[in-house]
Design a protein around this ligand. Structure first.
Ligand code: SF4
Ligand code: F3S
Length: 108
């Protein structure tokens, strides 16, 4: 079992989550973080840290967020680990809560 970063992280990327992860399971892309499901130890520590409430257990994903399970697995293999908190993206507070940011996800 692993936790999954979902839509509301996109374009926010607060990164508070990485400060508590004992497994260094987070990977950083341009405007989203992904959890490596192999590394995640299912500890739940990151969930309350996220100002965007974007992290859920894989079997408790909200409706419409199911695709993020596979996305986290794929993107975490592509992107480097992140273990230090960095500044959120510039418009994080204004787009926090905007639904369906998946169209803005930058995959590179
Ligand atoms: Fe890291 Fe625990 Fe969150 Fe998994 S549930 S990503 S191990 S803090
Ligand atoms: Fe994203 Fe929340 Fe972490 S917005 S970077 S999952 S603190």
């Amino acid at each position: 079992m692993a936790f999954v970063v979902t839509d509301n992280c996109i374009a926010c990327k607060y990164t508070d989550c990485v400060s508590v992860c004992p497994a260094d399971a987070f990977h950083e892309g341009p405007n989203f973080l992904a959890i490596n499901p192999v590394d995640c130890i299912d500890c739940d520590l990151c969930v309350p840290e996220c100002p965007a409430n974007a992290i859920f257990q894989e079997d408790e994903l909200p409706a419409g967020q199911e695709q993020f399970k596979e996305l986290n697995a794929e993107l975490s293999e592509m992107w480097p680990k992140i273990t230090e908190v960095i500044k959120p993206l510039p418009n994080a507070d204004s787009v926090n809560g905007t639904p369906n940011k998946i169209d803005q996800l930058i995959v590179e």
